[in-house]
Design a protein around this ligand. Sequence first.
Ligand code: FES
Ligand code: FE2
Length: 429
Amino acid sequence: MLTAEENELLTKVGPGTPMGELMRRYWQPIAASIQLKDEPVRAIRLLGEDLVLYRDESGTLGLVGNRCAHRRVHLVFGIPCDHGLRCPYHGWRYDETGQCIEMPYDEAEGSDTFKDRVQIPGYPVIERKGMIFAYLGPQPAPLVPSWDLFMWDDVYYDIGSCVIPCNYLQIMENSLDPVHVEWLHTHFSNYALRRLGHPELKRQGFSRNGVPQRHTLIGFDVFDYGIVKRRIMDDTDENHPYWTVGHPIVFPNILKTTGFQYRIPIDDHNTYHWWFFPHRIPDGVDLPPQEEIPHYNVPLPQVGQSGELPWPLLDNNGGQDIMMWITQGDVADRTQEKLSLSDKGVILYRKLLMENLEKVQRGEEPMNVFRDPEENEYHELPSEYWLLSAESARRGDLSRSGGASKYSPVIAEALRKAGNEAALVGPVY
Ligand code: FES
Ligand SMILES: [Fe+2]
């Protein structure tokens, strides 16, 4: 249980809030590169700030305030130029730093200096493996972390996204909670499949002979990059990768399973969820080198106006988790919760957030801020999911595991090429 003040401290992310200041110390993903191909200017809300992201005709990316300094129109209707973004109303043009670099009418009348004194917010952006990252914190910006799965050339990547109408913290807390996998992703999942009329497809995951196994011990360790989560089930012991390897929560807002699940605060009540996943291509499947990383939308499960439950979206881990996060309320009221033994990881994560938030307040660097290129060469993040999926992927039964893989175009394509279209039907883990 938290006090109302503690809950606010951990969930409010706007400018000037302690958690907002901590989150601003990191490069945060805001779009897939391919999304700017369809629409070169996009409205972005990040950490409570309204911005527009654009790519100009020279290929330069910019992330600037969403309102023109002149008479405040929305720059999502701006025109990308050979350099910068032009306001549609009277043609003022801004560069990627937010500096106004042209005022057509004032210049025609002979005034050439006013523009130098006009600036809107502008933030650095950078691309890595088809994702665009923004940094809203104090300068100098740290390095973009070289997480292992961003550094590979022998996999196919894809990027899914969804706007979740709740605060980031309850989404992250789900990742520190292994026991929900046994209940939500097995028992509830099998109930959902019965509701969908497919009891025969019931989950074999985390089960033996169709009997779901229980968690008998869960463990959590703080390590260099965050928290490792481990488990022992009825049918595994402390020598199984579930316990010896586990998988990490990468501080402050990423879960790594076989890929990354980023939880990016849009504001206090909404979160951008990104699924950035590398996929092994099975042996013998002929796929050309990946030229462009695709993006897909993950549908939001919601209760219908007449109370109908969205069962077709609840046959997979992603949909099941999203439904739970939303039902906790837009900001979970932690003054009313009753934490139990299954919540040790949640408590540890809150403590780690609090410690790092205090570090920032003292003017120190929080966890996972890298400034030394040598130290940032390659950060390995072991995960039992990646390890355990290797053998089956090589054999060709490319698993549709990973929260949102039901909707992944890469997996669908690989399964079709492998002649395994049957695997596209049925529950998704
Ligand atoms: S409102 Fe943008 S140029 Fe006038
Ligand atoms: Fe889950």
